[in-house]
Design a protein around this ligand. Structure first.
Ligand code: UD1
Ligand code: CA
Length: 570
């Protein structure tokens, strides 16, 4: 039997307003590629298979995507959105060529598989004129209901036109249909728009086929396969279904994933044998991972090929145009872009390798950066085989590092380095004997000088202060670590509490109207003993005094602006 020819018409003229996006609905991605491309991929291709995509006016981007995925396909514009049958007729010219089978699918149903298309075509070989893909909907609201009598499909009733009885039917129209291609045009042209919405419904083809005394059948599939996407929530649901499928495929192909639910794949991800993906890995489009490679956690890979037994991450970012050879090691916080790393290259830590070619077995030390962009243009860095780039080196492109060359750590390389040369670019190190000790001495003196500056204006410099207006506070030195040292405390303190002078700093924290800030610092007294100096600042202000730690007491000398203060002479 010779293979039957086919035309697949994909309807994608809808606006997709419910997506609330400026991107046409069918261009939203699932598993790294557009909804439309999923459908186009499932559609029959190759000899005897043709494709038409019906798009809305001003949807050039959709046309471009269709052409990218299926250069052999044709696009047709539906000028007015008058219903699904009207949309199919936009591709009349293609229909008129009369392929054996005509398949109609929707651009917003990305989970449909090639096998289902094939299954739907099978009844046509047995003489059916129309086969409709059906599914049992958990919630049939909104779907066209398949009315079946004595095992025969007699009609599809759209939600708006269905009777209460018909609305109870859960067998629904998935939207994919296969027609006998020789009769399809005549059937679809008969469809009118006498319905609740005044649209030309493709689903009315069933009734017409029946009226002609011909046969229409239902082929069933699962709801997951025919989820239509109208909203972002449905987009996320479809993504979840697709990810589950891709993970299963990867596991079935022998990929080791201990937490597959945390690994995100693209529809075109290619895995070799014995690949391991640790948890929390994101793989975007265009990635292939060869045998025995390991992708460690938190790595992000897009449009790249990973060689045999290569190791990537954890925390690696592999950007488009990266090619990692066999056994390459990419470590944590390494980013690569448009870079070829030949077999055995190691870039183990904290590096950026962009617009570069790195010869086999070279080692790029931690912090190696290819400076590929001068603010206007990108330039290439070429590194020969077996080169060693020392830690924290900048390679300012365009630049070439020869085979077996050695770059000293911290170099900024702006000139080509010949094969087997040693390049060091950094200033001479100087040593000053005892320099650190001298430096410490100077700094300690500076610090001490600063510490003995007066904390507050001298006693009596503000209104109403007398030299005898002092409060002696009895502070245990062992309480001092709780106190702020050389800092102002903005809480108000009451004089009474100062007078009580208890052991714990917490007792200083009581609010009071008089003293509004408190200084405390550690210094050396005249005897050389450690002591605490306190300065208490009120609205009128004060001076500070010290207590000698050898006596286990400290004294705060406080002056107050108000004459009625409960102060006590020492
Ligand atoms: C359609 C079916 C319904 C089925 C459901 C499955 C019809 C009349 N109804 O309803 O039986 O259960 O899909 O999801 O077919 N389109 C155009 N031009 C138009 C109208 C639609 O290109 O003038 C395209 C849309 O972009 C979309 C597809 O056709 O990709 C379906 O249209 P939509 O309006 O979503 O149909 P539903 O109401 O979901
Ligand atoms: Ca729909």
């Amino acid at each position: 039997m010779t293979a039957r020819s086919s035309l697949t018409v994909v309807l994608a003229a809808g606006e997709g307003t419910r997506m609330r996006s400026s991107l046409p609905k069918v261009l939203h991605p699932v598993a790294g590629r557009s909804l439309l491309s999923h459908v186009l991929d499932a559609a029959a291709a190759g000899e005897g298979s043709s494709l038409a995509v019906v798009i809305g006016p001003d949807h050039q981007a959709v046309a471009n995507e269709a052409r990218r995925v299926r250069p052999d396909g044709q696009t047709f514009v539906q000028r007015e959105r008058l219903g699904t049958a009207h949309a199919v007729l936009a591709a009349r010219e293609a229909l008129a060529r009369g392929a054996d089978d005509l398949l109609v699918a929707f651009g917003d149903t990305p989970l449909i598989s090639a096998e289902t298309f094939a299954r739907l075509r099978a009844p046509l070989r047995q003489g059916a004129v129309l086969a409709v893909l059906g599914f049992h909907a958990a919630d049939p609201t909104g779907y066209g209901r398949l009315v079946v009598e004595n095992g025969k499909l007699v009609a599809i009733r759209e939600q708006a036109d269905a009777s209460p009885e018909e609305r109870k039917i859960t067998l629904c129209n998935a939207g994919v249909m296969a027609f006998d291609g020789k009769r399809a045009l005549a059937i679809i042209e008969k469809i009118g728009n006498a319905n609740a919405k005044g649209e030309y419904y493709l689903t009315d083809a069933v009734g017409i086929v029946r009226e002609l005394g011909l046969e229409a059948v239902v082929i069933e599939t699962s709801e997951d396969e025919v989820r239509g996407i109208n909203t972002k929530a449905q987009l996320a649901e479809a993504e979840a279904v697709m990810q589950a499928r891709l993970r299963k495929q990867a596991l079935d192909a022998g990929v080791t994933m201990i937490a597959p639910d945390t690994v995100y794949l693209a529809a075109d991800t290619i895995f070799g044998k014995d690949v391991t993906s640790e948890p929390f890995v994101v793989i975007g489009p265009g990635v292939s991972v060869a045998d025995g490679a390991v992708i460690h956690s938190f790595s992000h890979i897009v449009e790249a090929s990973i060689g045999n037994k290569a190791s990537v991450g954890p925390y690696a970012r592999i950007r488009p145009g990266t090619s990692l050879g066999d056994g390459v090691r990419i470590g944590n916080f390494v980013e690569t872009k448009a870079a070829t790393l030949e077999a055995g290259v190691k870039v183990n830590h904290l590096s950026y390798v962009g617009d570069a070619h790195v010869g086999a077995n070279s080692n790029l030390g931690a912090g190696t950066i290819t400076c590929n962009y001068d603010g206007f243009l990108k330039h290439k860095t070429l590194i020969g085989e077996g080169a060693f780039v020392g830690t924290n080196s900048s390679l300012v492109a365009p630049v070439k590092i020869g085979k077996g060359a050695y770059i000293g750590s911290g170099s900024v390389i702006t000139k080509d380095v010949p094969d087997d040369a040693l390049a060091v670019e950094r200033s001479q190190q100087t040593i000053r004997e005892g320099g650190a000790a001298r430096y410490r001495e100077i700094k300690l003196k500076e610090k001490a000088a600063k510490a003995s500056e007066p904390l507050a204006p001298p006693l009596g410099s503000r209104s109403g202060l007398r030299k005898r207006d002092v409060i002696t506070a009895n502070l245990a030195v062992n309480a001092a670590p709780h106190l702020p040292s050389s800092r102002q405390v903005r809480d108000p303190y009451s004089a009474a509490d100062v007078v009580k002078g208890t052991r714990h700093s917490s007792s200083w924290r009581k609010p009071g109207p008089i003293i509004t800030a408190f200084h405390c610092r550690r210094e050396r007294g005249p005897s050389g003993a450690r002591q605490w100096a306190f300065g208490v600042m009120g609205p009128g202000l004060c001076r500070d005094d010290g207590g000698d730690s050898s006596h286990s007491t400290s004294h705060a000398v406080i002056a107050r602006s108000q004459g009625d203060a409960r102060t006590r002479a020492r």
